[in-house]
Design a protein. Structure first.
Length: 403
């Protein structure tokens, strides 16, 4: 592992928020029994002793508990945000003040600051990178190829990040092993489906205080996240319409009892739209032109590319912020289109992300993936790997016991 490095400071909003952050982190910890067991074992066994670790993640109470578990195992970590709008500033403050972990993240940071933080993370010379969306790994490979030789491996939290890693693997530039945490069953079956399902609606409701019952909710994409949003939307009394480009998933949505149609038809009838595809411009200019007056549009996919907001801006007057995370665009047809959270992950922009009990399984996978990389240092081929299936089974059994 790497030797002595200069101390890294931090770049957060307000250190005085630490006591509130600590209370919230401790509250989340009550709902994370599996991670707690891992933390206790890590504290006793020190499997990460001397490891330099960068985590690019949503800076939430759950991530703070992951950071505390990694620290207990002996890792020296630096944290940055994986999205400019998802940081909880009190959590960032507590990580710095109470745990001595350098954090570079502020809610609402600019794209330039976000990028500066990614570069700072690479200056930390990590042995292991926990990534969420593959921004750190992509920057490392493109801009700092000299730094890749120290990398023991990386872990990836989300679907979109794994799509990017596989593209790097195909291009022959992924020179180290990467664990696809998202692809563990105890991750995407639960986090993507039930976590995104609940927290996306939570974000929409906190931002707008809208009643979902009786509204037409259009869910764009019927993958793991889309299934969760559609299921929970129906549970709240919405009339759910699904749009999906994969015919197999579209049939699945029909058999799950949803109306399925192309976005070109759904655009005119929806009251609320949620995109969860990982794909670009799935709601595009021509769709905005036919939407109802007052239609609400948001995204819960990883990047803020799913809504073509450039096209919407071109056909509208300057947007007016009507509530926090709610912007109203008046189009040249005189209609109002309401965009939530600037088209960024609405569950993290306007709410607190997934509840802790679902992140317990995701972050148990993260902690065990880091340990697996360290134990198998030098033995894994470069490329995308899964954790062994028995780890999934163990996490599920422990969760079941806790529930
Ligand atoms: N908000 C969160 O907290 C959160 C949590 C987990 C994952 N994610 C992100 O959400 C996105 C979706 O993740 P997932 O695990 O559901 O992926 P997935 O691959 O299971 O599902 C995506 C679905 O979108 C469909 N799709 C693609 N383009 C489309 C289009 N133009 N119109 C309609 N459907 C289209 C695909 O066919 C696929 O079925 C990813 O970007 C992922 O990184 C967000």
């Amino acid at each position: 592992m790497s030797t002595a490095m200069p101390a890294f400071e931090h770049d957060i909003k307000d250190l005085s928020l630490a006591p509130q952050g600590k209370r919230r982190i401790d509250w989340a910890e009550r709902e994370m029994p599996v991670l707690r067991l891992i933390r206790e074992r890590f504290a006793a066994e020190q499997p990460l002793k001397g490891l330099r670790l960068v985590a690019c993640a949503h800076i939430t109470t759950e991530t703070a508990n992951l950071a505390r578990a990694l620290q207990a195992g002996g890792a020296e970590s630096l944290l940055i945000a994986s999205n400019p709008l998802s940081t909880q500033d009190d959590v960032a403050a507590s990580l710095v003040a109470d745990c001595g972990i350098p954090v570079f993240a502020m809610k609402g940071e600019s794209t330039d600051t976000y990028r500066r933080h990614v570069l700072t993370a690479l200056e930390f010379a990590p042995d292991v990178i926990i990534d969420d969306g593959s921004d750190v790994v992509a920057t490392l490979i493109k801009e700092k190829p000299g730094h890749t030789k120290n990398i023991v491996g990386t872990t990836e939290e989300t679907t979109t990040g794994i799509v990017r890693l596989k593209a790097m693997q195909t291009a022959g530039v992924l020179t180290f092993p990467s664990i696809a945490v998202n692809n563990a069953q105890t991750k995407h079956f639960f986090d993507n489906r039930y976590g995104t399902g609940q927290s996306t609606l939570d974000g929409i409701i906190r931002a707008t205080n809208i009643l979902l019952a009786g509204r037409t909710l259009v869910v764009v994409g019927y993958g793991w996240c889309g299934k969760g949003v559609a299921l929970r939307g129906r549970g709240m009394g919405a009339n759910v319409v699904v749009t999906e480009v994969d015919p197999i998933k579209a049939v699945e949505a029909v058999m799950d009892g949803f109306r399925v149609m192309p976005i070109s038809s759904a655009a005119a009838i929806g009251d609320i739209f949620v995109t969860v595809t990982g794909n670009r411009h799935v709601i595009d200019g021509q769709h905005f032109t036919v939407m109802k007056d007052g239609a609400i549009v948001c995204n819960s996919g990883h990047f803020d590319l799913e809504l073509n907001l450039v096209a919407l801006r071109e056909m509208s007057e300057a947007p007016v912020q009507v509530r926090p995370f709610v912007e109203e665009y008046k189009t040249n047809k005189g209609r109002r289109i309401i965009v939530l959270g600037e088209g960024r992950l609405i569950n993290l922009a306007a709410a607190e992300g997934h509840p802790a009990s679902v992140m317990d399984m995701s972050f148990a996978n993260q902690a065990l993936s880091v340990e697996y990389l360290v134990k198998n240092k030098g033995k894994l081929d470069p490329g995308v790997h899964l954790l062994p299936p028995e780890v999934d089974q163990d996490i599920a059994s422990l969760t079941l016991r806790a529930l």
